[in-house]
Design a protein around this ligand. Structure first.
Ligand code: FES
Length: 170
């Protein structure tokens, strides 16, 4: 959906910080994702128009950076590492358990990721880019539940703590 008036004003303020408008591409994609929970094709078109880029250029950036989601992901992105340190400490088992437990959970999107550079905590999980580890499936689910209940402060799905107006229904 288009930027809300408040987020559009924030987008213009962000663009004004840069000598060239196109330099604001990544911050605007974060803003769009924080508003809607993902970066929709319509959002990419609006960002392109604001920055004087083509929608394909914006799609190129979106598809290059894994933190930008091109499908709805719910309120929580749970990223589980299965690289070497996590692999030998139960990362794949943690991933499989969380994928199964949250298969029909619209609030939680479970994804496999490469090394998160927190190998000393293996196996590691991030919830909206906040680190947790070492974990087994039950402990990981307890952490996710704490975010869901508001016991832990949840970042946006972009990992930012921007003061963003969320789209209706989010
Ligand atoms: S291998 Fe998992 S954080 Fe490095």
């Amino acid at each position: 959906m288009p930027f809300t008036p408040s987020n559009l004003a924030q987008a213009k303020e962000i663009i004004a910080r840069y000598p060239a408008a196109k330099s604001a591409l990544l911050p605007l994609l974060h803003l769009a994702q924080d508003q809607d929970g993902w970066v929709s094709p319509a959002a990419m078109e609006e960002v392109a128009e604001l920055l004087g880029l083509t929608p394909v250029q914006v799609l190129g950036a979106c598809s290059f950076y894994t933190m930008f989601k091109r499908e709805p992901v719910g309120r929580m992105v749970v990223s589980v590492c299965t690289n070497v340190s996590c692999l030998v400490n139960g990362g794949p088992e943690l991933l499989a358990a969380l994928e199964e437990r949250h298969l029909d959970d619209d609030d939680v999107f479970v994804e496999e990721v490469e090394c998160l550079a927190a190998c000393d905590l293996a196996p590691v999980m991030q919830v909206n880019y906040d680190f947790h580890g070492p974990l087994d499936a039950d402990r990981a689910d307890a952490v996710i539940a704490e975010y869901a209940r508001g016991v832990r402060a949840l970042r946006t799905v972009s990992g930012s703590r921007l003061d963003v107006e969320h789209a209706e229904g989010r």
